[in-house]
Design a protein around this ligand. Structure first.
Ligand SMILES: *[C@@H]1O[C@H](CO)[C@@H](O)[C@H](O)[C@H]1NC(C)=O
Ligand SMILES: *[C@@H]1O[C@H](CO)[C@@H](O)[C@H](O)[C@H]1NC(C)=O
Ligand SMILES: *[C@@H]1O[C@H](CO)[C@@H](O)[C@H](O)[C@H]1NC(C)=O
Ligand SMILES: *[C@@H]1O[C@H](CO)[C@@H](O)[C@H](O)[C@H]1NC(C)=O
Ligand SMILES: *[C@@H]1O[C@H](CO)[C@@H](O)[C@H](O)[C@H]1NC(C)=O
Ligand SMILES: *[C@@H]1O[C@H](CO)[C@@H](O)[C@H](O)[C@H]1NC(C)=O
Length: 443
């Protein structure tokens, strides 16, 4: 073992000398470490960003040594923060049995389906669900009486909790028409979950079953939720992607459930890009915006503008709670900007996996490679992506400048918090050599 450490050590030192790039370094260190430490030991991913940011080689090496020798060193060489992390790791309940529960939260048009695939493609040890809360929302819109906001948030939480524990019954109540003998052809976007289309969950096709009941990879009959639950229980980790959770506080009991080990990833995107994207995707709903853009007149007191502001405020408030690191959410919350993923998909995916504590599978890596046309750099350690970042910037030439001004006016604090630069004229907006993204570390 000692030789291994020595080799790792020399390798890292050499890398530091050659390459002072902090991101590379933190990734190398994390790549090496998991192999040395048994998975079962509760080890929160240490945060190297503070150290690497300042390029303090000595501190970094100390931290690495600390991890490699598993804290045989005494406290003299460690900061208080690291001590605390170590203590927390020891005190963390481990009733979840090493299972991780990832909640990927986003707003619509933020690329959350794409990012969800980062986890869906993990496959063998991952149970992934795509927007199960759609059913709750749907039933709500059909119901005579709407559940009030706070209560709805609690319903959302209870459904999520059930699903994380592989209990589909809280969700079942919201599936319409109601499942018969726990079998339904109507689970929303079943085909978006590779676990729900596995052979073990694939019941025989009934003769007149419609095409939409089928999975992409194989023809499956209606979903037997008992089988789904069995598949879920057989998987080590669980991810749910949702655009329907609107506040963090209501999730506290979920995060504190000792049977779960929850990690929350909040995905955000430039609100100007979201508006541009919505104008394309839901064209007919945005006729008024288009008319405003032509007239150059946008009434701030219009319902639509107010709704835009409301959405921005809600996303910002959510992030502010997460970033304020309340004790119950400590090291369980991560904020990710879609634009950063578009620029560096592999690097950001690795960061997300490191945060969740789940090993990044070769299948997931491969999927990202082939779906972002990522080019591996010479070092092979991190990769950049040109096309997907181009894709992420497309909105800049499609949105009228007048509307950009509206978003900047009503969503100003949100733009500031997430590090999106304001533009003062149309020329800057469409000049893609000018980045609208501040380099910002959130966690
Ligand atoms: C790290 O660098 C920043 C400026 O880049 C500085 O403000 C901060 O004090 C430094 N922290 C340490 C621990 O040296
Ligand atoms: C670490 O500190 C303890 C006191 O808390 C002391 O007994 C022990 O000898 C120290 N170990 C080393 C390796 O310095
Ligand atoms: C930790 O270090 C401080 C001085 O830096 C010392 O006073 C304290 O006794 C040490 N604690 C342990 C447990 O070694
Ligand atoms: C964690 O699990 C180990 C055995 O797997 C057990 O000995 C220990 O008491 C558990 N710790 C907590 C805090 O539950
Ligand atoms: C669903 O699967 C379970 C478990 O295999 C089985 O017992 C049950 O009969 C199935 N339900 C239907 C309606 O086929
Ligand atoms: C996307 O990338 C490929 C190769 O990396 C390149 O040939 C192509 O021109 C790029 N597309 C655009 C729109 O830049």
């Amino acid at each position: 073992m000692k030789t291994k450490y020595a080799i790792a050590f020399i390798f890292i030192v050499a890398l530091v000398v050659i390459e002072k790039e902090s991101n590379i370094l933190s990734m190398v260190s994390d790549k090496l470490i998991p192999r040395q430490i048994p998975l079962q030991t509760p080890q929160p991913p240490l945060d190297y960003s503070n150290t690497t940011q300042n390029g303090s080689l000595a501190t970094l090496l100390k931290m690495l040594l600390y991890k490699l020798t598993d804290a045989k060193l005494n406290n003299s060489s460690l900061s208080e923060e690291q001590e605390e992390q170590k203590l927390d790791a020891l005190g963390t309940s481990n009733f979840s049995g090493g299972h991780k529960h990832i909640l990927l939260m986003a707003a619509t048009r933020t690329g959350s389906s794409f990012v969800g695939e980062f986890f869906n493609q993990q496959r063998d040890n991952m149970f992934y669900m795509f927007e199960p809360l759609w059913h709750v929302e749907r039933t709500q819109s059909l119901a005579d009486e709407a559940i009030p906001g706070t209560e709805l948030a609690e319903v959302h939480r209870d459904v999520l909790q059930g699903l994380f524990l592989c209990d589909f019954s809280p969700l079942e109540k919201f599936i319409f028409p109601p499942p018969q003998d726990h079998v339904t052809p109507d689970l929303f976007r079943r085909e978006s979950s590779s676990s729900l289309c596995e052979e073990s969950v694939c019941s025989p096709v009934i003769k007149d079953v419609l095409e939409r009941y089928h999975c992409k990879t194989r023809r499956c009959g209606p979903l037997n939720l008992t089988l789904a639950s069995e598949s879920c229980l057989s998987k080590q980790h669980h991810t749910i992607k949702t655009v329907r959770v609107r506040q963090l506080e209501t999730l506290q009991p979920l995060v504190e459930d000792p049977r779960l080990d929850v990690r929350v990833i909040q995905l955000v995107r430039d609100p100007r890009a979201i508006l541009a994207s919505r104008m394309v995707a839901f064209s007919s709903e945005y006729q008024t915006w288009k008319a405003w853009a032509q007239d150059g007149l946008v009434p701030d007191d219009d319902e639509r503008v107010k709704r835009l502001k409301g959405n921005c405020d809600q996303i910002r408030t959510l992030a502010e709670v997460g970033l304020s690191k309340p004790p119950w959410l400590k090291r369980r919350y991560m904020l990710v900007r879609y634009e950063d993923i578009a620029r560096y998909p592999m690097q950001k995916a690795e960061e997300m996996y490191r945060f969740t504590g789940i090993p990044f599978s070769p299948q997931a890596r491969e999927w990202i490679l082939s779906n972002t046309q990522t080019t591996q750099e010479v070092s092979g350690i991190y990769s950049t992506q040109k096309n997907s970042s181009e894709q992420a910037e497309k909105w800049r030439s499609s949105i009228p400048f007048t509307l950009v001004q509206v978003v900047q006016r009503v969503c100003g604090p949100t733009l500031k918090l997430f590090g999106y630069r304001f533009v003062d004229d149309e020329k800057t907006l469409i000049d893609k050599s000018i980045s609208l993204l501040e380099d910002k570390l959130f966690n």
